[in-house]
Design a protein around this ligand. Sequence first.
Ligand code: ASP
Length: 700
Amino acid sequence: MIRRSTLLMLWPALALASEGKWTPQQVQQQGAAWVKQQGFAVPLKKLWDPVKNEGLLANAVQLPGCSGSFVSAEGLLITNHHCAVGLLQEHSTTSANLVRDGFLARSRDDEKASKSFRVQVPRRFRDVTAEVLAAVPEGVDDRGRYKAVEAVQKQLVAACEKAPKTRCTFATFDGGVAFTLTEFAELTDVRLVWAPPTSVGDFGGEVDNWMWPRHTGDFALLRVYQDGKPYVPSVWFPVSTEGLKPGDAVAVLGYPGQSFRSTLADEIAEREQRWYPRVAALTQEWETILEEEGRRSPEVTVAVADDLRGVLNTRKNAQGQLAGLARGHTVERQRAMELRVKAATKDPAALEAFEVLTRLTQDRLATWEHDFALDWSTRGARALSWPLAVVRRAVEAQKPDAEREPGWQERDLARLKERLERDQKRYAPAVDQRLLISWVKLALALPREQRLTAVDQTFPSPAQADLEKIAALLQTSKVFDPAARRAMLDETPEQLKARKDPLIDFALALDQERRTLRDAREATQGRSLAFKPRWRRAVMAEAKGLVAPDANSTLRVTFGVVKGYSPKDGVDYRPQTTLTGLVAKHTGAEPFDLPARVRDAAARKGPRWRDRRLDDVPVDFLSDCDTTGGNSGSPTIDAQGRLVGVNFDRVWENVANDFGYDPQVARNVNADARYLLWLLDEVEGPNAKPLLKELGVGPQ
Ligand code: ASP
C-alpha cells in the first residue's frame, strides 16, 4: 500500500507511462517520439495512418462484447475462449459437448459455422462533432437537446449503413466534447476452428477469476469467411515465437466497453455506497438460486452454466470495485482533483457546469431504489426480460423506423431475434420462477414514495400467497414457447393485449414505467450534454496534456510493459506463470482438473516452446496496460507489432481501475502466445500441424 500523499500527487495521472486508453487519433497527436518512448519500434504511420484509415491498430476487430484480431492472411482470428462459448454451445449436444471437450477442425470443411456470431472490422473513423452540434437548435430544452443528438445519431448511422454489409456505431466522448462514427465491415460467416476444453480455457474458473497467479488458456481460433471464401484482412499479426520477458514493451488493442474516470466524486460515492453493495447482494441471492437448482438436476446445471458464470463474475466484480474504491480512496482523490480544477479554471461556465452536474447527481438519489429495481428487471428472470423485449418491440414498431429508440430499430431486429433464440437453451423454469420472485420481492420492498404501480397492482400485498401467484402466471403464459414468442415479435400492442397473457400484461404495465424513467433520464442526459463538456474542458486544461477519454466501446490502444506488482506488504508477484505452476495447481477436481493429455505433454518437457530464462513454457503474463471489460480477446502485441498474447482479465486489486488508474496495481492478465503454440503443437499434435503452419510456425 502506498502512502496517501503519494497517491494525491499521482492523481489524475497526466501521461503516466501506462495510463490511457488512447484513440487512434490521439496516438497520431502524441506523435512518433511519444510512441517510441512507449518502447515501440513500429513507425507511427504503420501503427495508424489517419488518411487511409489503415494500420496495425485497425486489426483490432469487434466481437459481441469482446475484441479479437486476425492472425493469418486467410481469415484466421484469435480471441478468448470465454468470448466463443456461445459458438461452442451452438454446436454442443449431449453426445458431443464442445464446451467441455474443446474442438479442433480437421479440415476447412470440418469448421463449425455459427448462426449468430458476427465480426466487425473497422473501415473508417469519422469525427462528426460539427454535424452533431449543428443539429442542436438554439434555446432547446434539455430533453429536446437529447432528442436532437439522438436524431442526428440515427441519421448518421442510417446513411453510413447504406453501404452493403456495413455496421456503423456512434459514440460520445467526454460527455459531449466530441462525437464519432465508426464504419465497420460486418462479417457474418464465422466458423469455429479450435478451442481448448473448458478445463484449459477456463482453468481455475471462478476461484481464479480476477486473480493472480493465473494459468488459464483463454484462447479460441475462428475463421471468418466472405462470399464463401476465407476473408483476406488488410493487416494481420504474425505470432511471435520469441516471446517476452519482464520489462518488455507491449500494447493491447481493442474495444473497452465503459469506464467512469470522468464522473464526479459524488457519482463515484453513489457507486460505492449504493450501487455496488446492492449489486453484490442481489447477485449473491441469484447465485444461491442458480446453484441450488443446479444441484437438483444435471440438465439445469448445463442450462444455467453461462448465466451462473455471468452472475458470479458480476458479484465478484462488485466486491472488487468496493475493495478497490476503498483501498484507493478514489472518492477523496477525485474530490481533490475537482478542487484543483476549480481553483485553476478561469472559466465561470466551468464552475457553473460543476454545480449543475453535482445537482443532477443529487437529484438522482431521490428515486434511486425505484430506478435500480427497473434497471434490474431485465437482468434476471427470462419471465420478465422476454415479455419486456416483446412489448418494447411492439411499441417501437408502431413508429416510423427513424423515430424509434436506438436499439429497437429494424437494424437491431435480427440481433434481438437471435438473442431470444439463443436464450432458450439457457431457460430453466424452476430457476426462472425463483428469479422472478426475487425481483418482485425487491420491488415490493420499495419505499412508499418510490413504488412501482405495475407490481403493486399485480401483487397487492407482499404476502407469500401473492408470490405464489407467480407460479400461476408462469403456467399460463406463452412467452416461454419459442414459436409463440417469435410470433409476438410481429404483433402490435393491441394484438399483444388481446392475448390476455398474464406476463405480457404485466410487461405492458411495467414498460410504461420504464418509459417514464427513460424520458426523465433523457432530460437529465440532455442537461448533462450541455454542461459536462464545459467541465471536462476545464479538467483537460488543468491536466496540461492529452487526456485519454473514458472507454465507450470504440477502438483504443493502451501501451505498457510486462510487469509484476505487490498486492500487499511483503509480497511480490512475478509477472509470468509456467506449465510447472499449471500442473502444480491440478487437483483433479473442477476447476483445477487438467486433461491427462495436457499433463502428459507437460511431463514430456519438449524443448521447443520453453523460455530459456524461465526454463519452462510460459502460460500467462501481466502487464500494466489500461484495460477493462470488452478488452477480452484483445491482441497483445510487442514492439515489433507481433502477437505475443491475448488479454483476458485484470487482477483483483485493479478491478476498480474503471474509476481511476493506480500504477501500483494496474495490471491486466494475458494468455501467452507461446502457451497457445505449445497447446497446438504438443497437445493437439499432428492434427494441428496445418494450423501451426498457417500461424507461420513450421516444423522444427
Ligand atoms: N474479463 C473482461 C472481459 O471479458 C476483461 C476485463 O474486465 O478486464 O472483457
